[in-house]
Every structure is written in structure tokens, then in C-alpha cells.
Design a protein around this ligand. Structure first.
Ligand code: FUL
Length: 497
């Protein structure tokens, strides 16, 4: 606790004594650095959203267009329908989506001033009328979802790529145009693929850039934040990190911090770094279909169960999940993808729709911090459904237990824990035990590394993210033991399903 202090202060009357107030009048625990920005915090709360790869490649069958495509090849067989995309992913429990509006081929899906390689120049009427950013943003607002855009820094069409003029006259302007489609967008996705061979306005050569300096990221970030204050600049933008694979899993241990700019950073994307000095939370990008990021004839959908597993291994491991579903040549999602998304939504609703912790008859912590003027740290905060209240022990308590008890035994399968990360990610180790009678305890999921929690950690009590839902476990009581922490652990929610 910070003590009060008497300090000298200069004033018109000369020197006088001023009584300083407490630094933490609410007896709040001190922050444990590094901390997320408010923008990153809001972004982590989105948890699960969609990726829509759609564009010239949908029609050429490529994954990486060279940049020399005839614009007339962009020929949607119907008007592209972002509303249908977003409705389908909302049914899967997603809270938003990112639309690819320019991939590496440089082909833009909006009436941009920056290039002729754009949809509005297509001879196809549906193609020429396309404006994905406009329609996607509008649909998201109507559906109460979050939205953002993928704009590839690498541009295999532009003659200027590799020169300063490209960054100033093409890339920055494109980002600006996109930011102006909505000040409430949540993420701009900057892919890491940078430079290489391409058309480059007919030069057909190979160009390389140093992405860490070429794109003038600090200025870009500041400028876009003026237009869209909550827009997290992903990847090259350095506000959120790639989780290191495109298969939909994060490390069981997963810190939201990184030792940015060091060799060890790229080797530890999947787990983050406890010693990291920069808050750089993870995002897992993964495909919900069997072929590429773009739609391909003959592709199949992964099963809803496989996608549920991905959810457990990403959202359940302190990582956001951006799940790709590609629209087809009609500019809509195929019916099979829509069905799979619906089934996934049903699985999530059936398994996580009812939080049994909210009905616990008691929640007791082994230690609780003294209340301050306007805030208490009681264990009841863990089950009040409020993310802004939290349980806390005293500064020197790095371990503690929290026990939930029900009047009637419950059948349970998953436990979800959430740290109050506004004050830093702290927990290093924990354990979950269940008791059918309130006195004999069984340790659950011993095969799962119960190390970090972070924004959210979901533990399947049977120890497996992939095996069947099972019959569950009978619990009269549930005990969560925090075994180690960087500073006193702060949890805001325990959920039980
Ligand atoms: C990668 C890109 O090169 C792929 O084409 C795709 O867009 C994926 C999400 O990111 O790095």
C-alpha cells in the first residue's frame, strides 16, 4: 500500500506543506508491467472473429496472384454479399471479421485512387459495382459486429513497389482510404509476406524490402489511430503478434509479452515470453476449409468438432482466433460453410452457454485483500458476471486457493479462468481439483500444462482438447489453486461448464 506523504510545494504565499493523498486510495494492487493499451484490451475481448479471403484469386484459382491479372477476370456471378458472410460467422459465435480487400496481387476491392488494378475497372457489372469496405462496414454495424480490413503491404502489381513513393503514394494512402470507411474498426491486418518476384508494372523482377523500416510503421500507426482510435495494427503494425503457425493452436503456456526485436522473439511466438518488455498479445489465423485461404473448387469444410478443438487451443489459451471462411465465385459463402458455422455455434452454445459458477452457493478465497474506499477484492467478484471487478490477495501473496461450492452436485467438463490483465499478466502456475462430496479432492487434467492464464484460459477437465465431450465429472466443490505468480494474482472471472 502506498503511504501518504507530506511534501513541500511552492505557491504565491511561499513554501507551504501540502498533504498528499494516497496513491492507491482504493488499495488497488500496483500494476505489473508491461501493460496492454486500452486498444489492445478491447481487442483481446473480441476473442473470436472471421477472416474472409476473397478477391482476384477467387477467380484465377491462385493463392498468390502475380499482379499481372487482367482486371476483367474479376467477374462475380452475383453481387458480393458481405452481409451474408457476417451473418454466417455471427451464428458461429464470432464477434466480427476482417475482409481481405487487397492481397499480394495488389488488386483492390474498392474504388481507390491509388491504382488501376481495382474492381471498378472490371468489365463485369457485379465486379465494377463492388465496394467491399463500404458494404462490409455497413453490414457489421447493422449486425452489431466488429470489422476491419486486410491490406497487403506487399504489392506485386505496383511499379513503385520498393521505392519511397510506393509507401507514401500507394500504401499509406490505401490505409488512409480504408480507415475512412469507419472510425470504429478494430484491426488492420498487415501480412508478413514482403517483397519477392512480381509483375511490378511490367518490370517482372524481384524486389526486396526491410519491412521493419520500409513501411514507416510508427507514423502509419499514429496516423491511422487518429482516424480509427481502436484499430489494432496487426503484424507489421506491431500491436498484436502472429502465433507462429496457421494451424489454429497457441502454446499451453502463452504470455502476452514479447522481447521485441530480439532473435528469441520469433522462436517464441507460440508461447510469448514472460520476460518480454512489450505487450504483444497473440492471434491465431487458421482455415476452416481444406484448401487454401481463398476459395478453391473441390474444397471441403473442416468439421465443427475440429473447429471447436481449435477454439479450445486458441481462445482457451490466451490467444485470439481469426478463422478463415472463403466466399466463392458468387461472392457469398458456400452453403456447406454456412452449415458448418451454424453447427460450430451450436456446439459453443451447448457447451459454454450456461455458466454453472453463477449458481454456486459459495465462493471462498484463502486470502483476500482489504477493501479500499470504492473497491473491494472479494472472491464473490469472480462470479458476478462483471469483468471490471476482481478478486485480489495481498501484495506478497503469490499463491492462494479459491473454492466454489454448490448446494447440489453439478456435472462439469470445463473451467475457464480470466486474469484482470489491465494490471498485467501474472499467473505462472495453477491447479484445478474437483470434489464430489466436498472433502475428497481429485486433480483434473494432469496432462495439461497449467501454467499461464492471461486474458482467458479454458481447461477441459478430461485433459484433452480433441477427445469427445464425455459424460463429465460430478462436483459438489471445485478448487482452483494459484501456485505461482509474477506478482499477486488478480482474477476477474471463474466460469464452470
Ligand atoms: C499469409 C499470406 O501470404 C497468405 O496468402 C494469407 O493471406 C495468410 C493469412 O497470410 O502470410
Amino acid at each position: 500500500m502506498a503511504a501518504s506523504a507530506a511534501v513541500l510545494s511552492a505557491s504565491a504565499e511561499g513554501l507551504q506543506l501540502v498533504q498528499q493523498s494516497f496513491v492507491y486510495p482504493d488499495n488497488e494492487p500496483a500494476p505489473c508491467h508491461p501493460l496492454p493499451t486500452p486498444r489492445q484490451l478491447k481487442w483481446q475481448e473480441l476473442e473470436f472473429y472471421a477472416f474472409f479471403h476473397y478477391g482476384m484469386n477467387t477467380y484465377t484459382g491462385l493463392e498468390w496472384g502475380n499482379g499481372n491479372e487482367n482486371v476483367n477476370r474479376f467477374a462475380p456471378t452475383a453481387a458480393p454479399n458481405p452481409r451474408q458472410w457476417l451473418e454466417a460467422v455471427k451464428a458461429a459465435g464470432m464477434r466480427g471479421g476482417i475482409a481481405v480487400v487487397k492481397h499480394h496481387d495488389g488488386f483492390c476491392l474498392w474504388p481507390t485512387e491509388t491504382t488501376d488494378h481495382r474492381c471498378t475497372n472490371s468489365s463485369n457489372a457485379n465486379g465494377a459495382a463492388t465496394n467491399i469496405p463500404r458494404d462490409f462496414a455497413q453490414a457489421a454495424k447493422d449486425l452489431d459486429m466488429k470489422y476491419g480490413f486486410y491490406v497487403s503491404p506487399w504489392d506485386r502489381n505496383s511499379a513503385l513497389y520498393g521505392t519511397d513513393r510506393y509507401v507514401k503514394e500507394v500504401f499509406m494512402k490505401q490505409c488512409e482510404e480504408l480507415a475512412n470507411y469507419g472510425s470504429d474498426q478494430f484491426e488492420m491486418w498487415f501480412d508478413g509476406a514482403n517483397g519477392g518476384s512480381g509483375y511490378y508494372g511490367g518490370a517482372n523482377d524481384t524486389r526486396s524490402v526491410d519491412a521493419s523500416t520500409y513501411y514507416d510503421v510508427p507514423n502509419l500507426r499514429d496516423y491511422i489511430h487518429q482516424l480509427a482510435p481502436d484499430c489494432v495494427m496487426w503484424g507489421v503494425g506491431e500491436e498484436a503478434r502472429w502465433i507462429g503457425n496457421e494451424s489454429g493452436y497457441a502454446g499451453e503456456t502463452n504470455w502476452s509479452m514479447q522481447e521485441r526485436g530480439t532473435a528469441s522473439e520469433s522462436a517464441n511466438r507460440n508461447t510469448g515470453q514472460e520476460e518480454g518488455w512489450v505487450w504483444l498479445p497473440g492471434e491465431s489465423d487458421a482455415k476452416a476449409t481444406s484448401a487454401g485461404w481463398f476459395w478453391h473448387s473441390g474444397q471441403t469444410d473442416l468439421s465443427a468438432e475440429r473447429l471447436f478443438q481449435m477454439y479450445l487451443e486458441t481462445v482457451g489459451r490466451n490467444s485470439n482466433l481469426i478463422l478463415n471462411v472463403p466466399p466463392d465465385k458468387s461472392g457469398s459463402l458456400p452453403a456447406s460453410s454456412v452449415n458448418t458455422l451454424k453447427s460450430l455455434g451450436e456446439l459453443l452454445q451447448n457447451r459454454f452457454g450456461t455458466d454453472l459458477a453463477l449458481n454456486a452457493s459459495s465462493v471462498v478465497a484463502s486470502v483476500t485483500r482489504a477493501s479500499g474506499a470504492n473497491r473491494n477484492y472479494n472472491a464473490s467478484n469472480l462470479i458476478d458476471g462483471d469483468k471490471d471487478t476482481y478478486w485480489a490477495p495481498n501484495d506478497n501473496d503469490l499463491s492462494a486457493t479459491i473454492t466454489l461450492t454448490w448446494d447440489q452436485p453439478q456435472t462439469i467438463r470445463y473451467v475457464s479462468l480470466m486474469e484482470y490483465i489491465a494490471k498485467g499478466q501474472r499467473v505462472r502456475g495453477f491447479r484445478i481439483e474437483v470434489s464430489a462430496d466436498g472433502s475428497t479432492w481429485t486433480t483434473m487434467a494432469p496432462g495439461i500444462t497449467q501454467s499461464t492464464i492471461g486474458y482467458k484460459r479454458i481447461i477441459p477437465l478430461n485433459g484433452s482438447t480433441s477427445s469427445s465431450y464425455g459424460t463429465g465429472y460430478t462436483a459438489k466443490s471445485l478448487r482452483v489453486t494459484i501456485t505461482d505468480s509474477r506478482a499477486c494474482p488478480l482474477l476477474h472471472t471463474i466460469s464452470v461448464y
